[in-house]
Write a protein that binds this ligand. Structure first.
Ligand SMILES: *Cc1c(COP(=O)(O)O)cnc(C)c1O
Length: 397
């Protein structure tokens, strides 16, 4: 395996901080290295493989579609694309769907749609965005420009102008930021890369109210929170507040590149032929798989299971506090998107988990994110907890 890592280091761009680790195979919640070493995956990529690795039903759908058709361009209609759009509409607030390939592209599409809708209905002055501090929406210039973490901007300015940042859950600041020039506000229901911070219901409700008052659009970036991750198919269902536009990506096709931007008909009608496009967007292979993903994940009993497993996992982590206090500061999140904030830098805990062949992610120095495949079982949850408990016990603090 050594040589895969070395080849990667020689030839790949150095933009990722990677582990010196290469996986060649995955099944369910497990990943395997070339030497056959087995890892328990508590990441699902970054909340991507919600149904685990190489899910048999998805594999079958993919193989069937691979024998039929890979690409035609969006100059024609595609069976799996039309069916997936129908399914997304059936399961959400939306009436229409635009497909792209990545999260950032879905965000770009949402921002462009919001400006275009403002332009067509209220004039060209209506072009300002409100976004939240500590947010993450992607790395392309538009998505980066609404990402409220200056560390991601360094060396890339000037960004797209016309963005006002507001502190999450600061209702007064939100009210003050609104005026007639605002075309949209973009919000992650749970700030994911920011460290798993769920937003408060009354803040979201106020956002909806102000959008209605100022003819602005409410955009939910559910790229990380969507597709069952939080125990509901979409996280907005926790608030009982519907957006005008929603972005989906990560788990939509369980690892194949696919994203979607959904909107109400009145809003999406601003995208006339020629206003926006994507060559690969809505690829038939990815759409076929995504349709199956939605069939499985949208089952109410599946979602209920996710919510229960998430609750059990969260409570078990919280209970570690009674056993050794002063280590875990807070456990946040819904369903199987959980952030553990430590009083101390989480590096050592992350490394110790990796030594024990358990994969997690670390979105911020003091925070560990758990986003296991939604198919995780209770034995695996207990295995994780036992290991975390041992690691915490052995910590010299
Ligand atoms: C990952 C993520 C993105 C960016 O998705 P890419 O596919 O990496 O472009 C945007 N928004 C949120 C909330 C994300 O978690």
């Amino acid at each position: 395996m050594g040589y895969i890592v070395e080849m990667g280091e020689l030839f790949l761009a150095g933009n990722y901080k990677r582990e010196r680790l290469a996986f060649v195979k995955g099944t369910g919640t497990r990943l395997f290295t070339e030497d056959g070493e087995e890892y328990l995956d508590f990441t699902s990529g970054i909340a991507v493989c919600n149904l685990g690795h190489c899910h048999p039903e998805l594999l079958e759908v993919l193989q069937t579609q691979a024998k039929l058709l890979w690409h035609t361009s969006n100059l024609y209609y595609l069976v799996s694309q039309a069916k997936l759009a129908e399914k997304l509409v059936e399961l959400s607030f939306a009436d229409k769907v635009f497909f792209a390939n990545s999260g950032a592209e879905a965000v770009e599409a949402a921002l462009k749609l919001a400006r275009r809708f403002g332009y067509e209905n209220f004039g060209k002055e209506k072009n300002q965005f409100i976004a939240l501090e500590n947010s993450f929406h992607g790395r392309t210039f538009g998505a980066l420009s609404v990402t409220g973490q200056p560390k991601y901007w360094e060396g890339f300015e000037p960004l797209v102008p016309g963005v006002i940042f507001v502190k999450p859950n600061d209702k007064k600041a939100l009210k003050e930021a609104f005026d007639d020039k605002i075309c949209a506000i973009i919000i992650e229901p749970i700030q994911g890369e920011g460290g798993i911070y769920p937003l408060e219901k009354d803040f979201i409700e106020l956002g909806r109210e102000l959008c209605d008052k100022y003819n602005a659009l409410l955009i939910f970036d559910e790229i990380q929170t969507g597709i069952g991750r939080t125990g509901k198919l979409f996280a907005y269902e926790h608030f009982g507040v519907e957006p005008d536009i929603m972005c989906l990506a990560k788990a939509l096709a369980n690892g194949l590149p696919l994203s979607a931007m959904l909107a109400k008909e009145k809003v999406m009608s601003a995208l006339k032929p020629g206003t926006h496009a994507s060559t690969f967007g809505g690829n038939p292979l990815a759409c076929a798989v995504a349709l199956k993903v939605l069939e499985i994940v949208s089952d109410p009993s599946f979602l209920k299971e996710v919510a229960i497993k998430g609750k059990v996992l969260k409570e078990k982590i919280e209970s570690l506090n009674s056993f050794k206090s002063g280590i875990i500061k807070e456990v946040r999140g819904w369903g199987l998107l959980i952030g553990i904030e430590f009083y101390i830098p989480a590096n050592e805990i992350y490394k110790k988990l990796l030594e024990r062949k358990i994969l997690v992610t670390q979105p911020k120095p003091n925070i560990i994110r758990l986003s296991p495949p939604l198919i995780i079982n209770y034995r695996e949850i207990d295995f994780f907890i036992e290991n975390l408990k041992e690691i915490i016990t052995l910590l010299k603090v």
